[in-house]
Design a protein around this ligand. Structure first.
Ligand SMILES: Cc1cc2nc3c(=O)[nH]c(=O)nc-3n(C[C@H](O)[C@H](O)[C@H](O)COP(=O)(O)O)c2cc1C
Length: 390
């Protein structure tokens, strides 16, 4: 019955904002806030989206736009769309099919999925969905043997790229989570219990499916059976002493396409290129780490200018519309990454919801490319975009 209701709800979602509202209705408040929220005053979260509004698109007419080509090549993979799916931990919280649904939906949309190292599905089980291409995201753990193990498992399971997230020397303070008692260990509150009872679809799904585990970290801790101990162990493993030399070692150990995620300055972008990355991901972790860090779209023009064609640039943060993707590509990105855009779909209706999110984004890009008078995303450039003078 819930499947039928969800399919009706999804068919009435015509934008990522609609999917966000649907996810908000289906998920308990604490779970929705964990997905939607960000650090401290959420200034960066707000700017990630709002700064796209600083640019306008300049249409060119009487151009043959009978066929629109959305294909791009990123991290060695030929993709059918110019967006890839960002790594997001603990997806099982939003729907029991979690990362498997996201991987399958990415495959159907012709794009790349990046599995988080704190995923609730293992590296191997995600590979078994048949999704291709796949990227594994790494944090830097104090215990370097965990890193070696992850890299070997990714190789053995046919992952095509690695991505190192560098903006998490420690976790940012997400105050919605603190207010909701969504902490390790969780604070059980009457208000949360009542709120959760009002979401029978989510509750039934959560209670009748296998327990949530951080599958990839399990083998490295004795606390394997207790989720909160594993999360606690994982948090303590983040290494604040990471340096560029460590990354150089990882690039060497992997030997394939390698992206650095979390770059926001020209200096760091240049250093990353010198160290040997294949792609620089401009990102502030969706506003979840350093509040008041700049939005990726605001730093993209200067980074693109400094790096030229030496490396791929992926913009990550605030993308909710096809026009956001088009603006980023005009300003020098090779592709964009989306996080919450597909998570809202997962929270609203599992795999069908992720499918819906990716269909909406693809359709918006295709339609607006035609309206812009540009038949291929590879032809997007400065002539189609202008910063609004204030
Ligand atoms: C619920 C959630 C979990 C996330 N988990 C991870 C993670 O495990 N690793 C990582 O590198 N980034 C993680 N991120 C950040 C995303 O990869 C991405 O940078 C961010 O979502 C981009 O912003 P957007 O949501 O506006 O698209 C997470 C984001 C969210 C919303």
């Amino acid at each position: 019955m819930f499947d039928y209701i969800n399919s009706k709800i999804l068919s009435r979602c015509h934008s990522i904002a609609d999917l966000r509202r649907a996810a908000k209705r289906r998920l308990p408040r604490a779970v929705f806030d964990y997905m939607d929220g960000a650090a401290e005053d959420e200034v960066t979260l707000y700017r990630n989206q709002a700064d796209f509004g600083r640019y306008e698109l300049l249409p060119h007419f009487l151009v043959d736009v009978g066929n629109i080509d959305l294909s791009v090549k990123v991290l060695g993979a030929d993709l059918g769309v110019p967006f890839i799916l960002a790594p997001t931990g603990m997806s099982r919280l939003f729907h029991h099919t979690g990362e498997k649904s996201v991987a399958r939906a990415a495959h159907k949309a012709g794009t790349l999925y990046s599995l988080s190292s704190v995923a609730t599905t293992s590296i191997e089980d995600t590979a078994r969905t048949g999704a291709a291409p796949k990227m594994l995201q790494l944090y830097v753990w104090r215990d370097r043997s965990i890193l070696k193990d992850f890299i070997q498992r990714a190789k053995a399971s046919g992952y095509t790229a690695l991505c190192l997230t560098v903006d998490l020397p420690q976790a940012g303070q997400r105050e919605r989570d603190l207010k909701n008692g969504f902490t390790v260990p969780p604070q059980i509150r009457l208000s949360n219990i009542l709120d959760t009872m009002m979401r029978p679809d989510w509750l039934l799904d959560f209670l009748t499916s296998p327990r949530m585990k951080l599958e990839n970290v399990l083998t490295h801790t004795d606390a394997a059976q207790n989720l909160f101990s594993v999360i606690d162990y994982t948090t303590r493993q983040f290494d604040p002493t990471l340096t560029w030399d460590d990354m150089a070692w990882m690039i060497d150990e992997w030997g394939g396409p390698f992206a650095i995620k979390g770059i926001l300055t020209v200096d760091d972008a240049r250093r990353a290129v010198e160290t040997g990355v294949s792609a620089v991901i401009l990102s502030n972790h969706g506003g979840r780490q350093l509040d008041h860090a700049p939005s990726p779209i605001s730093v993209l023009p200067e980074v693109a200018d400094a790096l030229g064609d030496r490396v791929e640039i992926i913009l990550d943060g605030g993308v909710r519309r096809g026009t956001d993707v088009i603006k980023a590509l005009c300003l020098g990105a090779t592709a964009v990454m989306v996080g919450r855009a597909y998570l809202f779909g997962l929270g609203a209706g599992g795999e069908a919801g992720v499918d819906r999110a990716l269909e909406l984004l693809s359709a918006e890009i295709r339609r607006n490319m035609a309206l812009l008078g540009c038949p291929s995303v590879q032809q997007l450039g400065s002539k189609y975009v202008r910063e609004i003078k204030s």
